[in-house]
Write a protein that binds this ligand. Structure first.
Ligand code: PNS
Length: 159
């Protein structure tokens, strides 16, 4: 049984994340979305809200489940029996950060392999930060996130 973890902040999940997740789900027996709790980043949504919104978005993916985690990602992988980590790459600008994270994780636990999937070109500009900024200024985010997440974002921006 090949289990992969797809870790991230997912504040919020974008359609780019969802695309990577669907493709990972076709490659592995099980994919566990790991929502980081103890991030240095100040998040717009709580870990519970992020887990709920991802659960809503993946109801048609039978081999995917969502959990939140604290601490090191390699420890989370060990806890859930995962031997691979999925990361999406959008552009060369992602590479430096990702290669550093890969090296740190490999140093910590070389049994956990990192698998990089390239984003579809149509999602290469998309990030949670871009979506939040567009939502903040009242722009159209309908093709960037699921309808449910778009509603939650609009509501949160009004608060
Ligand atoms: O979506 P993000 O914010 O780019 O995801 C980053 C994430 C959550 C994958 C990364 O910050 C992470 O794994 N954090 C947990 C701590 C850890 O294991 N760091 C890697 C060694 S430096």
């Amino acid at each position: 049984m090949k289990i992969a973890v797809y870790p991230g902040s997912f504040d919020p999940l974008t359609n780019g994340h969802l695309d990577i997740l669907k493709r990972a789900a076709s490659l592995f027996d099980h994919v566990i979305v790991g929502v980081l709790v103890n991030s240095n980043k100040k998040c717009l949504f709580s870990p519970e809200e992020r887990v709920d919104m991802i659960n809503d978005a993946i109801h048609d993916l039978e081999n995917v489940r969502v959990m939140h985690f604290n601490g090191l990602m390699v420890d989370f992988c060990e806890k859930v029996g995962a031997t691979a980590v999925i990361r999406g790459l959008r552009a060369v600008s992602d590479y430096e950060y990702e290669v550093q994270m890969f090296a740190a994780n490999y140093h910590l636990n070389s049994k956990v392999e990192t698998v990089f999937l390239m984003s579809q070109p149509k999602y290469s500009f998309l990030s949670s930060s871009v979506v939040k900024e567009i939502a903040y200024y009242g722009g159209n985010i309908n093709e960037m996130v699921t309808p449910g997440i778009a509603e939650l974002l609009k509501k949160r921006m009004k608060e």
